[in-house]
Design a protein around this ligand. Sequence first.
Ligand SMILES: N[C@@H](CCC(=O)N[C@@H](CS)C(=O)NCC(=O)O)C(=O)O
Length: 109
Amino acid sequence: MASSTRFQLIVKAGEDGQSVGDCPFSQRACMFANFTTNPGDVEVKTVNLVDKPEWFLKVNPEGKAPVLIDRQENKIIPDSGDIVNYIAGLYPNTGGYPLLNMRITINIC
Ligand SMILES: N[C@@H](CCC(=O)N[C@@H](CS)C(=O)NCC(=O)O)C(=O)O
């Protein structure tokens, strides 16, 4: 039997249909999920935003990506900012958002 992850993150597809495309909102959600969640928690699914499939419009009638589906809680979260906040709330031990464990140093002069 196929097992399913708790989360499905739907993002804009790249030209090959497989990779994450050039949507900064989708990329942000992907990167944040990658930093904060545990391996195996998130399935990333790409969607063609030029010719939007029916299944996608059912999930998000607004037709925008990214969209996070929390299968455990039966929730659909569109909007990258809301997705980031939602994930951050579920994984508080990762440093919190926006106080991630940054690997860069910001100097303000
Ligand atoms: N405020 C949204 C914006 C998402 C958004 O505009 N995504 C674009 C791709 S970068 C999109 O889905 N465009 C398809 C359309 O508007 O039909 C977010 O932060 O997630």
